[in-house]
Design a protein around this ligand. Structure first.
Ligand code: AMP
Ligand code: FE
Ligand code: FE
Ligand code: ZN
Length: 282
């Protein structure tokens, strides 16, 4: 049997692996295909594609965007994107700028709470254009201001806590359109995480192509539930570990193994979407 992992992060956002380290892990877990889905960036795709080619692994470009619909946050995965697409790059650059501003704001709030964290320490640790809360959490641990990453989220960084700052988010229809115009397929990420099933019909109406039925945080029952939604709304099925490297004690890659038939269906759908190359028929 061949398997894939279509939800992975590297150092280009909040993962801890370099693309090369990620692909080495994929080899260890005998994966035949993988997709890189760093938050608000496609920057790691070139290096990951190269490492995959060397390892004989099929690579799929991707990203994970934060969107909203009916006042509900939803993460949208874009697959098979043209990573040189100008509009895509313009929009994700805006998200990255907001992420960087947000780091300043989160650190200011932490400072006001009496934690002497330096913003430069967070940026040095993140060392990427798409920094996020995990970088702030890691910097807090590194500075010895808290003991554990979970503590950072529980006490300060999760929604409703004093250093939480909202992230920029597009409307889901806009986000889906952005993915489509870049040649990609739009997939609802980890629907079981926030149990917001009521937004699915609206996403489908906006052009959603697929749903991530298999995810580390989905129970078997949840996966079955979302396979049911996929059937009902004629959506493609995807799955992945959402591995962020050593942000957990043990990397999650390998814990979700998507059967290859789903990759084949996804690939066929992406190819069918692509306009015929001009002049291809003489
Ligand atoms: P951000 O994109 O900056 O809002 O950060 C979201 C990321 O933080 C997610 O992709 C996870 O990697 C991580 N995360 C969110 N909630 C938690 C939590 N409670 N504990 C640890 N990591 C978390
Ligand atoms: Fe993340
Ligand atoms: Fe997510
Ligand atoms: Zn993710």
């Amino acid at each position: 049997m061949k398997y894939a992992d279509l939800h992975l992060h590297t150092r280009y956002s909040d993962g801890t692996f370099t693309p090369e380290e990620l692909v080495a892990e994929a080899v260890q877990h005998s994966l035949s295909a993988l997709a890189l889905t760093d938050h608000d960036t496609v920057e790691g795709c070139a290096d990951t594609a190269r490492a995959c080619a060397a390892a004989g692994i099929t690579f799929i470009t991707g990203t994970e965007l934060t969107a909203e619909i009916d006042d509900t946050e939803v993460h949208l995965l874009g697959y098979f994107l043209d990573t040189a697409n100008e509009r895509l790059l313009t929009e994700i650059t805006k998200f990255q700028t907001v992420r960087q501003q947000r780091i300043h704001e989160m650190v200011a709030r932490l400072n006001a709470l009496g934690l002497p964290l330096q913003v430069e320490a967070v940026f040095a640790l993140a060392n990427c254009r798409s920094p996020g809360r995990p970088h702030v959490a890691r910097a807090l641990v590194k500075a010895g201001l808290i003991n554990h990453l979970d503590e950072a989220f529980d006490r300060f960084l999760k929604k409703g806590r004093p250093a939480w700052v909202p992230k920029a988010r597009m409307s889901a229809p806009e986000s889906i359109q952005l993915i489509h115009q870049a040649g990609g397929l739009a997939v609802m990420a980890h629907p079981g995480l926030n149990r917001t099933d009521d937004i699915i019909p609206g996403l489908v109406a906006a052009g959603l192509d697929g749903i991530e039925c298999f995810h580390t945080k989905h129970s078997t029952l949840m996966s079955e539930r979302y396979l049911g939604f996929a059937d009902q709304f004629h959506l493609l099925v995807t799955g992945g570990s959402d591995c962020h490297g050593y942000s957990k004690a043990r990397p999650l890659i390998g814990t979700v193994k998507l059967p290859y038939e789903y990759v084949e269906k996804l690939t066929a759908a992406a190819l069918a979407r692509r306009p015929a190359a001009p002049g291809a028929n003489g």
